[in-house]
Design a protein around this ligand. Structure first.
Ligand code: T46
Length: 134
């Protein structure tokens, strides 16, 4: 499976580090929405869905967590543990997030506004749609 990692350039100096996120530049789409999750319990597993069209970039701006990504034929687990590391999540990719460190702040940039109709929350339905090429 071709997973796209985005190495974000950090502008560091003696004061510390700064990373800028720009649409259609280091973020490969127009940014319509930003959300972030924090205080996630260590044993919590979230996600369990794919998106029909949504594209996103996930960044652990603090702490770490893992993503399981599944394109319907292959699964891969990616660890996000650095604020300069972006993970591009294309549409039609099943995702689960887990192993959140207690301090984890997981920020996600999305190319669309929130739309429950874009979610595929049933794994069998996801597989059926991948196989039918819908
Ligand atoms: C994704 C993974 C990585 C909103 O009202 N607006 C929003 O923009 C989002 C993302 C969520 N919500 C509400 C909907 C639920 O009542 O927040 C609650 C938690 O959302 P959800 O259960 O979908 O969270 P996750 O962690 O399972 O999934 C989220 C995103 O929804 C999803 O698009 O790819 O993070």
């Amino acid at each position: 499976m071709d997973i796209k990692h985005i190495q974000l350039k950090s502008c560091g100096d003696e004061r510390g580090s700064l990373i800028a996120l720009e649409e259609k530049s280091n973020i490969p789409f127009e940014i319509k929405r930003v959300y972030y999750m924090f205080k996630t319990g260590e044993d919590v597993r979230r996600g369990f869905h794919a998106h029909k069209t949504l594209k996103q970039v996930a960044i652990a701006v603090r702490g770490s967590c893992k993503f399981l990504l599944d394109d319907g034929t292959e699964q891969i687990t990616v660890t996000l543990d650095h604020p300069a590391q972006g993970l591009l999540i294309e549409s039609f990719m099943w995702r689960e997030m887990f192993d959140f460190s207690p301090d984890c702040v997981l920020m996600v940039l999305a190319d669309q506004l929130y739309d429950e109709a874009d979610y595929v929350r049933n794994y069998d339905q996801f597989i059926a749609q991948v196989q039918s090429g819908e």
